[in-house]
Design a protein around this ligand. Sequence first.
Ligand code: ATP
Ligand code: MG
Length: 578
Amino acid sequence: ADTRTAGVLAGLDAEQGAAAARTEGPLVILAGPGSGKTRLLTHRIAHLVRDHGVPAPACLALTFTRKARQELESRLAALLPGETPGASVHTFHTLGLLILRAHGDRVGLPPDFRVADERERRQGLVQALGVSDARAGALLKALSLAKRADPDAPPPDPGVVAAREALDARGRAEGWVDFDDLVGLATALLETDDTLAARWRARFSHVLADEFQDVDPVQYRLLRCLAGDAGNVCVIGDPNQAIYGFRGADGACFERFRRDYPQAATVRLTRNYRSIASVVRAAAAVIGAPVEGVTRPEETPIPCHEAASEKDEAEFVATTLESLLGGHDMLGAHHPDAHAPARPLGFADVAVLYRTDAQADALREAFDRAGIPFQKSVPNPLQDHAGVRALMARLAAEGSEATALPLVRRLTQAATALDQDPDTDPAALAEARGWLAALIAENPGADLAGLAEDVALATEADFRDPRAERVSLLTLHAAKGLEFPVVFVVGLEDGLVPLGFSGRPPDPRTLAEERRLFYVALTRACDRLILSHARTRFWRGAVTPRRPSPFLAALPPALITTQAQPAAPPRPRQLRLF
Ligand code: ATP
Ligand code: MG
């Protein structure tokens, strides 16, 4: 087309550019990790705005986490300088919130309704149904799944129905909804009110969704309402990275989309721009997929280290990291993106990924000893986390005089009380402290309502600051969509990856999802991937012997250098890997 088009689309290859230039009608973009899907999404919006005169706010970009949303916003701001107001970038939940803030009265919500957290809802259930706290927690989990399910799904069991009725009544009386209601009520509203739906459709001429493989049935319906029948709707994702089945995403979203939009075009991107060849090959082997276009031919071997214990494993990560950063590794020299300048490796270039939060403790200790700065993803208090739960329980137990204090003060006091309580589990205390520190750093002047809403809408990855010069400690789930020059994946043991519950092997569906999760983890690495597992681990209260993850067997031996820590000391202080 013209020079302006070249300007916005210049950062894309031919495949990506063709997809970005296809601006009308429904479009599916299917592509593997690191193939530039997210990059394409932002350039496509910039192209719509710059070259087709679409007003930026009429472009609706949907994603899942607040961090992903911020990332999209900042990439768009860079591509479209001076464009205010900018594109409409939302998570499904903030979009639901926006719709309910405008029309919540139609579903009986007061204008200042709030989002209740897990603790409050659990207590509500304990009071309303007279069930135990543990039973209330289990009911809430089942209820959340039921709220995210397809309307055709089999009805939930009577206990869940009763829980729903009790909580709905309480929420209406007290003016709150839960996290799932944000999407569910907004969807119900648009599905039952054509005029309203038409108004929202008119507001967004183009709808784009990233990480579409993780959309649950209700989120899909919301997207469908906003896109309409003949909509300009572009869904982008990778079925091999679907990792939220346990939270209600059912993997059928692409089929639903094709059924609803039979005229949709499908585009595949086939070049991996993120990872070096050995990482691309190793990852492809895990899911049994063919290796697609490699742009970075480096065949740097992938070390797989067997440590004697989880402490030794953490020590290995710290030592390896120090030697990597102490060496004069330069990044960017071989990167296909010509704009990426070569620079020395820093702490922020490194991520350590693990399956469960409990694994972070050993890493934290090793990093503290070695003086390595790190930031840990913070658990979502809506999920089941002992530390945050303990903190919330303290808050709930405080006297009425305390509730006049600012929330952050109250939280800090609660943490102090936890600290002084001899019954407090040290791991829970550490978790509560980490969560609180991140919360305060992110919300210095927050008021109670704002903070509660923020907390309720946050997911674990949201508390990671991408600019901080720190190593990122992340769960495998929280690493989705991110990339790091150096990635460690630790704890690659049977029972952790895949995660096993009560000694039983996971069912085939769960096993497949765990395998995809491992795939997501490997594909976060740009330049270096380092794997590890331990022969023994302190796990659920006891030192247990561990076997390597069965998924490791899928990795082509030629790509991996295995190394085992000797059974007895002394062990080498400095392991030279590269
Ligand atoms: P994931 O599935 O993990 O979310 P993705 O497909 O969204 O991956 P991106 O994050 O968009 O991939 O891109 C991966 C990396 O490759 C980014 O650093 C991006 O800037 C770079 N990249 C993508 N396309 C190109 C290109 N045409 N030229 C140079 N670099 C590119
Ligand atoms: Mg992406």
